[in-house]
Design a protein around this ligand. Structure first.
Ligand code: MD6
Ligand code: FE
Length: 212
């Protein structure tokens, strides 16, 4: 085993095409965290509105050619930040590399995301069960990186009523889904209050996709 494999030992299957990679991002954290922190200072996360007119509890920012946006017209992707009309900054190399390595470990080669959604969860924030279906190419997986406070990730099936498995995500964990589970329902339970040495009192999630 090389050092790289030793540092990132296991992959836990959670559904067909989906796996949990505990601690996968930890070896890169020294480069990843400063990059996320700097981004959030320059592009402060905002509460978006759902198409139904509710304010989302999480606060959102993006990187890459396409940022995830939600407004009265629906969910989708935009090349500009809707609050400034300015393009999102490019995806940093450390994030592109981490996404490709995690996707590769899960069996998806050559993953090149063009979108990184950054969600900031204060205590009590959650994400209801939903499907990711606004991307063009469903052969490409989704890579989700968790930072800061722990959270329970819910991973269901192709129907909203499918009972989700509960995954206790910790700082540095990565979840990858694609293939048969690419459009499976998923969500996040309300984040419990706490303090993390890097993020303080929040959970931050990076969701990497090839959207366009
Ligand atoms: C998370 N976010 O923040 C998971 N999906 O941990 C999502 O699953 C998600 O925030 C589609 C669009 C926006 C999202
Ligand atoms: Fe999602």
């Amino acid at each position: 085993m090389d050092l790289f494999t030793e540092q990132r030992p296991h992959s836990i299957a959670i559904a067909e095409g989906a796996c949990w990679l505990p601690g996968f991002a930890l070896p890169e954290m020294h480069a990843l965290w400063p990059c996320v922190k700097h981004h959030l200072t320059a592009h402060p996360p905002q509460h978006m509105m759902t198409p139904m007119g509710y304010v989302m509890s999480v606060q959102t920012s993006s990187m890459g050619a396409l940022g995830w946006v939600s407004n009265a017209q629906g969910y989708g992707y935009s090349p500009v930040n809707p609050s400034t009309n300015v393009s999102w900054p490019p995806l940093p190399a450390v994030i592109l590399q981490l996404a490709a390595e995690a996707a590769g470990k899960a069996g998806y080669s050559q993953f090149v995301p063009d979108s990184c959604l950054i969600n900031v969860y204060a205590p009590g924030c959650k994400m209801g069960l939903h499907q990711d279906k606004d991307e063009k190419d469903f052969t490409q997986p989704i890579v989700s990186v968790s930072l800061g406070l722990p959270a329970t990730f819910l991973f269901g099936g192709s129907k909203r009523s499918d009972k989700p498995v509960k995954i206790p995500l910790q700082h540095g964990d990565v979840v990858v889904w694609g293939g048969a589970s690419r459009r499976f329902y998923h969500g996040v339970s309300p984040v419990k209050a706490g303090t993390h040495s890097l993020t303080g009192n929040c959970r931050i999630n990076l969701t990497l996709r090839k959207a366009g």
